[in-house]
Design a protein around this ligand. Structure first.
Ligand code: MG
Length: 376
């Protein structure tokens, strides 16, 4: 057992193992090894060219899925260390949590899900799991990355009951309504902290939202005015960074304080007790309210801004047209994605895998190759 970790943390030595048993590594813990495998995967490199909110080519400073995932890992690790939890596991889950995302952000998933309605649907969370369990082909002995149970459990944030029934032991917690590890609970909230803060930053940078609008959100206004008091006259990017820095700190500190108290009161003996209990990693009620208000603001003013809508509608057309042409004419597919048996369910899934794996620019290029007479 690792003495630096709390008893209720996920310990490498008592993990629930890998689908294909492997001997322990001499110099790396199980979760370090998972983190390393994720970083060396092809899907991880593709995150660099996948949209978070803004298309990858809209500007060099906007977050992509890659920089988002790195920010989640940073926020997650620093909170994990404070709580005596396993940083390596948090890092592995953070870096893998968006591997299954389609090009063009959430709209890609929604369209693909509609397209796949008769063939089991499409869900990015489940796809992230599929990437690490099956689609990555880097190892001689197995498909996928053969990650630890705890890493896979953390990747699968949510799951419908129907899908859960097909996932065996990994799906069981959605049927039993039990908890995942504290590391998984924490990464989920690190994700929220990261996107709430960086979407404000990107939104302001793009000019789609303004400080004046944000001042209607009480939580933001409080921090913004604190900064003005500390540095009278501070403006521009520095004032924004200084405010967002405080926003991340406020959320992270609140989570640490609240969760420390919950953990002290519940005192789970080990990870099994964690799984059987109530969620123990959370924000205080006040902070939950503040964070929700901020999310609501971003949804109404940024994610549904008409310029973002234009991108969304255009992107949904690209994804749908790619899917429809491949389904109608599977011979257009690269050979790896052509289902030899002709089984329509299997073919649809392979098309979904192909499209989901595309980066934004690859999808645009592929669409052009299929529909433009000037391009072959
Ligand atoms: Mg995320």
């Amino acid at each position: 057992m690792d003495e630096r970790l709390a008893p209720y943390a996920a310990h490498s030595a008592t993990g629930r193992g890998r689908r294909y048993p492997e001997a322990a590594h001499a110099s790396r813990s199980q979760f370090q090894r998972d983190r390393d495998r994720i970083i060396h995967s092809s899907a991880f490199r593709r995150l660099e060219y996948k949209t978070q909110v803004f298309l990858n080519h809209e500007g060099d400073l906007f977050r992509t899925r890659l920089t988002h995932s790195l920010e989640v890992a940073q926020v997650g690790r620093s909170m994990a260390r404070n709580l005596g939890l396993n940083e390596d596991l948090v890092e592995a889950i953070s870096l893998a949590h968006d591997l299954g995302h389609t090009p063009f952000g959430h709209v890609g998933q929604d369209v693909l899900n509609e397209c796949m309605r008769d063939y089991g649907g499409f869900e990015h969370n489940l796809q992230s799991l599929r990437v690490v369990d099956e689609l990555e082909q880097h190892y001689g002995a197995f498909d996928g990355l053969n990650l630890m149970f705890e890493t896979r459990e953390g990747i699968l944030k949510h799951c419908s009951l129907n899908n859960a029934k097909q996932l065996g032991e990994l799906g069981q917690r959605f049927i039993d309504r039990t908890q995942p590890s504290l590391e998984a609970q924490l990464t989920n909230l690190a994700d929220e902290i990261a996107y709430n803060s960086h979407d404000i930053d990107d939104g302001l940078r793009s000019g789609l939202i303004t400080i004046a609008q944000l001042e209607q959100v009480e939580f933001f206004a409080r921090l913004w005015h604190d900064v003005q008091r500390s540095y009278p006259g501070l403006s521009g990017r520095r004032a924004i960074y200084e405010t967002l820095r405080r926003l991340i700190t406020a959320l992270a500190d609140d989570l640490i304080t609240t969760s420390t108290e919950l953990l002290r009161a519940a005192a789970p003996a080990d990870i099994d007790a964690v799984r059987a209990g109530l969620p123990l990693i959370r924000f205080s009620d006040g902070m939950r309210k503040d964070a929700t208000e901020l999310k609501r603001f971003l949804r109404a003013n940024l994610y549904q801004h008409y310029q973002v809508n234009r991108m969304r509608v255009k992107a949904s057309r690209v994804v749908r047209e790619l899917y429809d042409s491949f389904m109608a004419e599977p011979v257009l597919l690269p050979p790896d994605y052509l289902e030899p048996s002709g089984d329509i369910h299997k073919q649809a899934r392979k098309i979904a895998d192909y499209i989901a794996g595309m980066t934004d620019r690859y999808a645009i290029r592929e669409h052009r190759r299929l529909f433009s007479l000037d391009e072959l």
